[in-house]
Design a protein around this ligand. Sequence first.
Ligand SMILES: [Zn+2]
Length: 453
Amino acid sequence: MKKILLSAIVFVIVAFGCVVALNPDSFENEPPHIDVADEVFWNFKDSLQITLSDESGIQNYQVYMVLGSESRLVESTNPQNNPKHVIIEIPAPKNTMFLSDGGVEIQITATDSSYFGFGNTAKKTIRTMLDTQKPYIDILAHSYKIVRGGSAFVVFQALDDNLSAITLEGGRWQFKPVYFADGGYYAALVAWDVRDDDFNARVIVEDKAGNRSVMPVPFYRVKREYKASTIKIGNDFINGKITSLISEINQVSPESLASPADKFNYINKTIRDKNIEIINLVGQNYNQAMILPTDFALSKFYPLRNGAAVGRFGDHRYFSYENNIIGESYHLGIDFASVKQAPVILSNGGVVAFAGFNGIYGNMVIIDHGLGLMSLYAHLSRIDVQEGQRLESGAQIGNTGLTGLVLGDHLHFATLVQGIESNPTEWLDSKWINDNLFKIIKDAKVLIESHSR
Ligand SMILES: [Zn+2]
């Protein structure tokens, strides 16, 4: 009898050990994590989201809503298969008549599946604050027009007691506004991506309770057409520049790309897309605190002394190989050429946001001028600056060259608005800069002063 009892005890211990070894989470001591702030703003329209997480899995949970003296069960569930994460959507109370500004209390209880289902239990009480007020938006001043491929500027006011996000949407891109003045005034440059036929700009303001307001910026839109052309690609180009660039980038062997068209497309599509993505990212991470729009200074850009423009912005190029169109590209800058290895001197100061090799752009430098505006210099033979360096106008950043996807020594110059390559022609023109930036800043300041009087 003793033997049987002993065997039974040993069996239980071994079985227990096996369960623990197979699933160590089944005996954890950690109660579920209830992911929600202690105080939440709620518009009582959208459902309120709460996430539960637990390593051994959520076994069951209950949600109570406390309205005055009444405590009502709004949800009680035993989810199947004990999931590690559960998202609870608490519907807004239907009758909000009796809700005070204080909102309601919500009690959440969640039990995990640890200890054969006995579980660890977590409890949390949160306070929800009623906020049904939509944010207020007013467009103060803006560029009269925006041309496809070009830039524009807008100053607006956004007000809300519980503001959470302010975005300027421009076509498929989102632009982060900067502080303009006290009283909820913001400003942003925006660009119409030359690759897009259509464009709409809207200010979108959201608050912590989920209320959202949208206001269109009434730019007059000019749908400019850019030149389209077909360029013949020959074997000389593919075996020469393309093949040497594949080796230089050194991510695949030229032999692994089967056909000449594959080689061309690897550089013209795969690498080009990656390179543009890097530029977009650098531009999106502009220094928002660098300079106030009201202190912003800028002269027209003069990218290359005595340089002649040899390539225009916006050219839509199709590439044909043996009478088949094998790819395309947009030229997202202006090409300037002068003497070989000509010095590249800044006409506007700023901080070096990028200095290094970037595939088809070769050796490239990007300068952050503030306000979301950056200038880009590509195909350099040498780079004389480092990332993070602050430079004054007149500083030499390097020399023109042949690096990247080029045939002759030249400078590829681009202007970025929060990472989007926009038509530099506008930024080479003092009158355009004055009409679209400084005049708007001045108009907005006058309006703000009259508001505060
Ligand atoms: Zn170029």
